[in-house]
Ligand binder design. Structure first.
Ligand code: HEM
Length: 115
């Protein structure tokens, strides 16, 4: 599984596609897009986890926070779409999702691993 840890490109590809699917599903709710997004959650988790176990020794605290941020971001994205589907207010979770996403992306690029 070298290709997952020799660069962060696969990880970046998975979360960029997930973000696109998230905003498409938010604008125009569709079960198909939401299912596709859930598949990409799994790909983000697999690629992120592989990077985590490989590089975590460089700075365990920051890598731990990065993983936590990624997990919370995925949780809030899913909550946003489910609340929208149920017709509940989703403004708060959406703002939370965007804030945690920004923190996760900044933290991700600040980490010392590979480019
Ligand atoms: C929506 C969720 C996520 C976003 C937006 C995101 C974003 C990013 C970004 C921007 C980078 C930096 C890439 C680079 O430096 O080239 C990165 C790297 C990384 N991410 Fe994620 N990530 C997410 C989820 C996760 C999850 C769930 C995990 C852990 C299970 C994780 C673990 C990592 C690790 C270990 C790195 C490598 C950092 C390094 O050494 O450069 N990420 N991520």
């Amino acid at each position: 599984m070298d290709f997952l840890t020799s660069s962060t490109h696969v990880h970046i590809t998975t979360w960029v596609i997930a973000l696109i699917l998230f905003f498409v599903a938010l604008k125009k709710p569709s079960t198909g897009v939401h299912m596709g997004l859930r598949l990409f959650y799994v790909l983000i988790l697999v690629t992120g986890f592989m990077l985590f176990v490989t590089f975590d020794y460089l700075n365990p605290m920051l890598y731990g926070l990065k993983m936590l941020g990624g997990l919370i971001a995925i949780g809030l994205m899913e909550m946003t779409l489910v609340r929208k589907k149920k017709g509940k207010s989703n403004g708060g979770v959406l703002i939370g999702a965007i804030l945690v996403l920004i923190i996760t992306i900044v933290l991700g690029f600040a980490l010392p691993g590979i480019a």
